[in-house]
Write a protein that binds this ligand. Structure first.
Ligand SMILES: Nc1ncnc2c1ncn2[C@@H]1O[C@H](COP(=O)(O)OP(=O)(O)OP(=O)(O)O)[C@@H](O)[C@H]1O
Ligand SMILES: [Mg+2]
Length: 408
């Protein structure tokens, strides 16, 4: 039997769907229809998800389609049915919004029963472990895609100095991982005071980390997920607070709790950090499986990174799978790769060249890897992504050296 939630203002339709669902159906008014699933679910005070959501688009077609699209992105395990006169443009838009079936307003009980059974079955398959919507079996779940056979990764992008490319690396990596496995990845902007992840991705998040921690969103999985901003790649983003003063509400303890929860929900948690080892960054490092340390190719930067490596080692936070990335690699920098490695005392895993396209991409709010995929720096970023993807996950000790060649 399906567990159905229907939004309609039609008593007759509600009665028919109620009968078709053998009573396992709750109705809410369709006007006004929110476009945010959290608000919608809040109207019926649900903390779990229905198997099927039926949206009556008769009077609020655009809102119904927008809500369907949000459900499909956030909760792919929920089956969506639209009630609408079947004209071609609605059909196409419904398809794009992830709707499984469109039924006319005068649908009969028997027809509706068939539709609900079919849509619920498809939704169950999408939630089954191993499917693209891989989810725990049984009841509907709001969880995103998780691959049980590969490890969860918390990848923190760290550096002692500012301006070395952390945000560039974090955003491109996260978008790459999300595109390869939709719903798998969340990006957290822990540069709380001056974070610019949202700008780098062309997003204007309605909620930020400050809202998530102050409204208790971090304790309620559905509220948490709906407070994350959505990037077209399928990446979800926890943005930094909008102004430095608001950053104070987020404590290092909040960071730990949030990362614990996100790790339960996502295959990959990518964290962009502020320069240095502040308390929030240390809280993140404590939850990190894969530290990714970035430096620019200059003596102060490389020496700073050496100190950061030492500090993280002393704190027991430098895991085996740590990687080191040399950005702005330039054969004319007066430093060779060998010099950098000698100062660091460890090998560099990736080198990324200076790239004008990287600056333009950041300014345009679009990842370099999608805006200029053939750019040499974009190629390095894509190779970086493959190191963290389930199929090519490699242990820290045997990792290959990749990137551009830097000669002295
Ligand atoms: N390989 C590169 N070639 C050219 N420009 C780059 C490269 N990598 C990053 N940049 C540019 O350098 C600037 C700083 O990069 P980014 O913001 O990623 O660094 P950051 O370490 O996050 O800085 P902050 O510590 O201030 O947050 C940006 O304008 C970015 O576009
Ligand atoms: Mg940054």
């Amino acid at each position: 039997m399906s567990d159905v939630l229907i939004a309609t203002d039609s008593r007759a339709l509600l009665d028919r769907v109620h009968a078709a669902a053998d009573g396992a159906c709750v109705g809410v008014h369709a006007s006004p229809l929110p476009t945010d699933p959290a608000v919608f679910l809040g109207q019926v005070r649900r903390t779990d998800l229905p198997e099927v959501v039926v949206l009556d688009a008769t009077h609020a077609r655009d809102q119904a389609l927008a809500l369907a699209g949000s459900f499909d992105r956030l909760f792919p395990g929920v089956g969506l049915v639209l009630v609408s006169a079947p004209d071609e443009s609605v059909m196409i838009e419904a398809l794009r919004a992830g709707v499984r079936d469109v039924v006319p307003p005068h649908v009969t009980v028997d027809e509706m029963r068939d539709v609900l059974a079919r849509v619920a079955d498809t939704a169950r398959v999408r939630r089954a472990p191993g499917s693209s919507g891989a989810q725990p079996s049984g009841t509907a779940s709001w969880d995103p895609v998780l691959d049980a056979s590969s490890p969860r990764r918390v990848i923190s992008v760290l550096s002692p100095k500012g301006g070395v490319g952390k945000t560039t690396v974090a955003t491109n990596l996260a978008v790459g991982l999300a595109s390869a496995q939709p719903g798998s990845t969340v990006l957290v902007d822990l540069d709380l005071q001056f974070g610019d992840v949202a700008t780098a991705l062309g997003l204007e998040p309605e909620s930020t980390l400050g809202d998530i921690v102050t409204h208790g969103g971090h304790q309620d999985p559905i509220a948490l997920k709906t407070r994350l901003a959505q990037h077209p790649s399928g990446l979800l983003v926890a943005g930094a607070p909008n102004d430095p003063a608001s950053a104070d509400v987020v404590t290092p303890e909040h960071v730990g709790e949030l990362l614990d929860q996100l790790t339960d929900l996502f295959q990959h948690v990518v964290i962009d950090t502020a320069a240095g080892l502040g308390a929030h960054t240390l809280a993140a490092a404590d939850h990190t499986t894969d530290p990714l340390l970035v430096t620019s190719m200059d003596v102060p930067g490389v020496r700073g990174l050496r100190k950061e490596l030492d500090a993280l080692t002393e704190l027991g936070m430098l895991t085996e799978s740590r990687r080191i990335m040399l950005n702005f690699a330039d054969p004319r920098a007066g430093l060779s790769l060998a010099d950098v490695e000698a100062t660091l005392g460890v090998r560099v895993d990736l080198t990324m060249p200076h790239s004008r396209a990287a600056v333009v991409s950041m300014n345009m709010g679009e990842p370099l890897t999608t805006r200029q995929p053939r750019d040499p720096a974009a190629k390095v970023l894509r190779r970086l992504q493959t190191l963290y993807q389930p199929a090519s996950a490699s242990s820290g000790r045997t990792r290959p050296r990749i990137g551009v060649k830097v000669r002295s």
